[in-house]
Design a protein around this ligand. Structure first.
Ligand SMILES: Cc1cc2nc3c(=O)[nH]c(=O)nc-3n(C[C@H](O)[C@H](O)[C@H](O)COP(=O)(O)O)c2cc1C
Length: 225
């Protein structure tokens, strides 16, 4: 698999097969992802990886807490900025509509929509979760470094025949996540990442996810033509 294939075959997987992940492969992916770039080589990323009983225990307790505070617990950052608009808001709404459309869940069927959203807390059936965090004093440049590291991991997972879904939904209960994982208050939780093998047949893994055109995002100057 070349880089282009890794990029184009990666998608957020929301239904995983019941198939374990080889720990040696996962370790090699994280080992290689250490080569991700970061401003000043600060490498602001940290992660805790869970599988098996520790993941089952974490999942059970988080689901209890989510049920008790369904609108979210205490959070440390806003997942989306206030006033998200234009193409950003259009795409945010659009991907949800495409997903529910593929699952044949109607707009009015709130219970089914919530049911699908709750699948996040089962890691969509993935056997592994990678929870990421950084020091609280890190700013936007370091958060972008975290993103590069996460994408590096996701692409290396593709090369290893594995799939992923980054999950910031956990951050809506970020303080609960930190408490259960033993992450101290000098740090801020960023997101989870479900890791496993995709179910290629499942509709939730097959719908088209749109992207803004280059014309909307990139301006070319001095290239002629
Ligand atoms: C940092 C980050 C957090 C995300 N959090 C969630 C999440 O909590 N639940 C979810 O279903 N998808 C989540 N996604 C997946 C996005 O919805 C997805 O990347 C986007 O719609 C583009 O689709 P694709 O990844 O399939 O190409 C997240 C993606 C990123 C990069």
């Amino acid at each position: 698999m070349d880089v282009t294939q890794a990029v184009t075959s990666r998608r957020s997987i929301r239904h995983f097969l019941d198939k374990p992940v080889d720990p040696a492969v996962l370790k090699q992916v994280l080992e290689t992802a250490r080569r991700s770039p970061s401003g000043g080589n600060t490498q602001p990323w940290n992660a805790i990886v869970l599988t098996g009983q520790p993941l089952a225990d974490f999942t059970a307790e988080m689901k209890r807490r989510v049920a008790a505070a369904p609108k979210g617990g205490e959070t440390e950052y806003d997942i989306y900025p206030e006033g998200l608009e234009g193409r950003h808001e259009r795409e945010r709404v659009g991907v949800g509509e495409s997903m529910y459309g593929a699952l044949e869940i109607a707009r009015e069927d709130k219970a089914a929509r919530i049911g699908q959203m709750m699948r996040n807390f089962d890691s969509f059936g993935a056997p592994v979760q990678l929870f990421t965090y950084t020091r609280k004093y890190m700013g936007p440049p370091q958060w972008s470094d975290m993103g590069m590291w996460l994408q590096t991991i996701m692409l290396l997972l593709r090369e290893a025949g594995l799939d992923s879904c980054p999950q910031e939904i956990w951050a809506q209960w970020g303080l609960d996540v930190k408490e259960l994982l033993g992450i101290d208050d000098a740090h801020i939780f960023f997101c989870g990442m479900a890791i496993g093998h995709r179910d290629p047949a499942h509709a939730v893994n097959r719908f088209d996810v749109s992207r803004a055109s280059l014309d909307e995002t990139v301006e070319w100057r001095g290239f002629g033509g």
